[in-house]
Design a protein around this ligand. Structure first.
Ligand SMILES: NC(=O)c1ccc[n+]([C@@H]2O[C@H](COP(=O)([O-])OP(=O)(O)OC[C@H]3O[C@@H](n4cnc5c(N)ncnc54)[C@H](OP(=O)(O)O)[C@@H]3O)[C@@H](O)[C@H]2O)c1
Length: 335
C-alpha cells in the first residue's frame, strides 16, 4: 500500500510517499481502507519533534516518539474510510461499513490502510457525511470534549473560547453550547460569521477588541489555540474560575501551583484520554444536527507536504484533510 512516511524529524519536506506492507488485522481488529484523514497540529509537532516548543519539550517528544529517528514512520490519526476486512472475533463491523475514528498517538492514518481494534475509537460514519467531513470530526471534537470535561463546564456558566476558529476552537464553541453554557467566542474578523453560525452567543474580534478590557467575567476561559495566557486572562475570570489550556509547558507548572494556591486555577491535563464512547457521543451530536466538523481545505494524499505547510501556518480554520484514492478533493469545503 502507499503511505506517507518520514525517517527523520524536520520540516514538511521530510514527508514522502512510499510503498509499505499492508497491515493484516488481528482477530479483534478491522482493516480500514482510508478515504480521508486529517492533517493536524499534533502531526506537525510530532514530525518536527516539537522543536518549536523549546528544548525540554523537544527532548520529551523524542523520548516518546524515538530519540534519533521516529519509531512510527507514518503520521495521521483521525480518519474515515471503509472496512475492507475483519478479524475472526469482530462482531461490530462487517466489510463495506463506512467508519470514522482516531488511532490517537499510535498514528498510522496517512496511509491507504490501517488496522484498528473494534473496541478502539472507531464507529460507523454518521449518515449523510462525506469521508472528508467525517475525518475532521475527531481532532477538535475529542480534544475540546476532554478539555471541557476537565473544567467541569456546567449548564448556565459563562465560557470564553479564545481561538474559536481553530480545530479545537470550532468544536469547543459547539460543545459548550450543547453543555448549556453562555459562549463568548474570540477570533479574527475573517471567522466572525462562521463562529456565530456555530452557536456563539457573543463574538469578539480580537483585531478590534481586547476581551481582557471589556469588564466581563467568565467562569471558564478556554485558550483553545495556545496563544493567550493565565496571567493576561486572570482579571477576566470569576472567583473560582478556570483557565483551560491546550498547550505550553508553563501551564503544567501553573496547574500544579494554582490547584493549591489562589482562587482561580489553571486546568491542563495531558495527554488527553478519549474513548470509543466519546467518538459515539460526537456521532450522536452530528446525527441530531447539534455538531459539525468545520473543514477548511482538502488536499490530495500526494500533496501532503502542501497540506502540512498550511497547517503549520497556525491559521487554518477548523480542519485540513487529505483525500485518498485519486478523487479530486473539493478544495475549500464548508466553512
Ligand atoms: N493538549 C493536547 O493534547 C493537544 C492536542 C492537539 C492540539 N493541541 C494544541 O492545541 C492548540 C490548538 O490546536 P488546533 O489544531 O485547534 O489549532 P489550529 O486549528 O491550528 O488554530 C488555528 C486557528 O487559530 C487562530 N489564531 C491564530 N492566532 C491566533 C491568535 N493570536 N488569537 C486567536 N486566534 C488565533 C487562527 O485564525 P486567525 O489567524 O484568523 O486568528 C486559526 O483559525 C495548538 O496549540 C495545539 O498544539 C493540544
Amino acid at each position: 500500500m502507499k503511505a506517507v512516511v518520514y525517517d527523520r524529524y524536520g520540516p514538511p519536506e521530510v514527508l514522502r510517499l512510499e510503498d509499505v506492507e499492508r497491515p493484516v488485522p488481528l482477530d479483534d481488529e478491522v482493516l480500514v481502507r482510508i478515504r480521508a484523514a486529517a492533517v493536524t497540529r499534533a502531526d506537525c509537532a510530532t514530525r518536527e519533534a516539537n522543536r518549536r516548543s523549546g528544548l525540554v519539550v523537544s527532548l520529551i517528544s523524542r523520548l516518546i516518539s524515538g530519540f534519533r529517528r521516529p519509531k512510527q514512520r507514518i503520521l495521521g490519526s483521525e480518519l474515515a474510510g471503509e472496512v475492507e476486512a475483519v478479524g475472526m472475533a469482530v462482531t461490530e463491523f462487517v466489510p463495506g461499513d463506512q467508519v470514522f475514528g482516531t488511532s490517537g498517538f499510535r498514528f498510522g492514518a496517512h496511509a491507504e490502510f490501517i488496522c484498528m481494534r473494534q473496541t478502539g475509537r472507531i464507529a460507523q460514519k454518521p449518515a449523510g457525511l462525506s469521508f472528508e467531513e467525517a475525518a475532521a470530526i475527531c481532532d477538535g471534537g475529542l480534544n475540546a470534549l476532554w478539555c471541557l470535561r476537565q473544567a467541569g463546564l456546567r449548564n448556565g456558566q459563562r465560557i470564553l473560547v479564545y481561538g474559536a476558529s481553530g480545530a479545537i476552537g470550532t468544536a469547543a464553541v459547539q460543545l459548550a453550547k450543547y453543555f448549556g453554557a453562555d459562549v463568548t467566542a474570540v477570533c479574527s474578523s475573517t471567522s466572525v460569521e462562521l463562529v456565530r453560525s456555530l452557536g456563539a452567543d457573543t463574538v469578539i474580534d480580537y483585531t478590534r477588541d481586547d476581551f481582557t478590557e471589556n469588564g466581563q467575567r467568565y467562569d471558564v476561559i478556554f485558550d483553545a489555540v495556545g496563544k493567550h495566557s493565565f496571567g493576561r486572562s486572570k482579571g477576566s475570570l470569576e472567583r473560582g474560575g478556570s483557565y483551560l489550556a491546550t498547550d505550553g509547558l508553563r501551564n503544567l507548572g501553573l496547574a500544579l501551583w494554582t490547584s493549591r494556591i489562589g482562587d482561580r486555577k489553571v486546568v491542563f491535563k495531558i495527554p488527553p484520554r478519549y474513548t470509543k464512547q466519546d467518538v459515539l457521543f460526537l456521532k450522536e451530536l452530528i446525527e441530531s444536527g447539534r455538531y459539525r466538523a468545520v473543514v477548511d481545505r482538502s488536499y490530495r494524499f500526494e500533496d501532503v507536504v502542501d497540506a502540512a505547510r498550511y497547517v503549520e501556518t497556525e491559521r487554518k480554520i477548523g480542519n485540513v484533510v487529505l483525500t485518498f484514492g485519486g478523487a479530486t478533493p473539493a478544495g475549500v469545503l464548508q466553512r
